[in-house]
Ligand binder design. Structure first.
Ligand code: PMP
Length: 369
């Protein structure tokens, strides 16, 4: 039984700060419409899929050899994709941006060190902190979950952490940070010389005119902008996250990475996908349309969706989130209860999936009366 298993786990010589923790993960339930973990619901376009197949097949002839430990071609492709005058020396990658973040914490965090972030935010941050024995400090947001430059800077100056993680667009709320916040946080961390990470996993879905923290990199050698191919590139299954930073930051990460951590198959897949970023971009545009439909639709139903620059929408004003969540699941639509009272989060689907979500929401809210 589960209880016996937990008891046996408790008898193992587990590290103290891992005792009682639960592994991260949304429930992996099977439903026809999966809108719970902010995946790209549009899949990999067929031209990109064919290119990936060919690239992976080519890589098979050398699968007996270790892959390029420095993944040079991939770093060059990622630098080209990001633009902003970046070169391969500015780029680092790993198996998902979760691993990128873990490597940053391995290099700059650790015992007697702290990482400050601002909940509600990505729930992996505290787990990555405990996994690397780094103390996690919870900063505060305004009651509408916004974070002002003044407040963020004050909190960073007071905490003097070794690391700060800003998530923009923020998960689970979906809203992008004003770059003023990043500038102010960087300045406030001057005394402590903190590493400042901006997690831009959802950057490609931002509204036009939302600048990326990539624009702030010149002259800021403690700033790291983290990205992923899991969302805009629809490659969650391939596991490729990356970052842009000063070359010395990537040198710090070389000290903690496992040798050959990016498989030849991963490198081939990512390079081929980057060559087809245009057809992937077309899907991003449709996802943004569906995201805006969700915001408008939920508002019309009397709920309060947060402004979203991501491929998901966080909405409040739900009287009974658990019941709505279950009602949607009974209708085959799985969304996410992120544990914030009166609120739920939904990923933008295909047009059909989005319609299924909105129609069921209307029906369930009407039934609530
Ligand atoms: N950062 C944020 C804010 C996320 O929401 C996610 C995925 N849910 C990640 C990082 C990690 O994504 P991946 O490891 O697939 O790159």
């Amino acid at each position: 039984t589960q209880a016996a298993r937990l008891e046996r786990l408790a008898r193992l010589p587990l590290r103290d700060n891992l005792r009682g923790l639960k592994p991260y993960g949304a429930p992996q339930l099977d439903a026809p419409v999966l809108l719970n973990v902010n995946e790209n619901t549009h899949g990999v376009p067929s031209d990109a899929r064919r290119a990936i197949m060919r690239a992976v097949e080519r890589s098979l002839t050398e699968l007996n050899r270790y892959p390029d430990r420095e993944f040079t071609e991939l770093r060059e492709s990622l630098a080209r994709y990001l633009g902003h005058g970046l070169s391969a020396d500015n780029i680092w990658a790993a198996n998902g941006s979760n691993e990128v973040l873990q490597q940053i914490l391995q290099a700059f965090g650790g015992p007697a060190r702290t990482v400050l972030s601002f909940p509600p935010t990505y729930s992996m941050y505290p787990l990555l902190a405990s996994g690397t024995n780094t103390e996690y400090l919870s900063g505060e947001r305004a009651s509408d979950f916004s974070l002002s430059a003044v407040s963020a800077a004050e909190q960073v100056a007071a905490a003097a952490p070794q690391l700060v993680i800003l998530c923009s667009p923020n998960n689970p709320t979906g809203t992008a940070l004003d770059l003023e916040v990043v500038r102010a946080v960087y300045q406030a961390s001057e005394a402590a010389q903190s590493i400042v990470i901006v997690d831009e996993a959802y950057a490609e879905f931002a509204h036009p005119g939302t600048p990326s923290a990539l624009t702030l990199l010149p002259g800021r050698e403690r700033l790291i902008v983290s990205r992923t191919m899991s969302k805009a590139f629809a490659l969650a299954g391939a596991r490729l996250g990356y970052l842009a930073a000063a070359p010395e930051v990537t040198d710090a990460l070389r000290l903690v990475r496992l040798p050959y951590h990016l498989s030849a198959l991963t490198q081939a897949t990512a390079v081929a996908a980057l060559e087809h970023s245009e057809s992937l971009q077309a899907n991003v545009e449709d996802i943004k349309r569906q995201r805006d439909r969700i915001v408008d639709g939920l508002r019309a139903l009397g709920l309060q969706p947060a402004p979203s620059d991501a491929n998901f929408v966080f909405f409040s004003g739900v009287q009974n989130p658990g019941k709505i969540w279950q009602g949607l699941l009974d209708a085959g639509v799985l969304i996410r209860d992120v544990g914030i009272p009166g609120s739920l989060r939904v990923t933008a689907g295909t047009e059909q999936e989005t319609t299924a979500f909105l129609e069921n929401m209307e029906r369930l809210l009407a039934a609530e009366g």
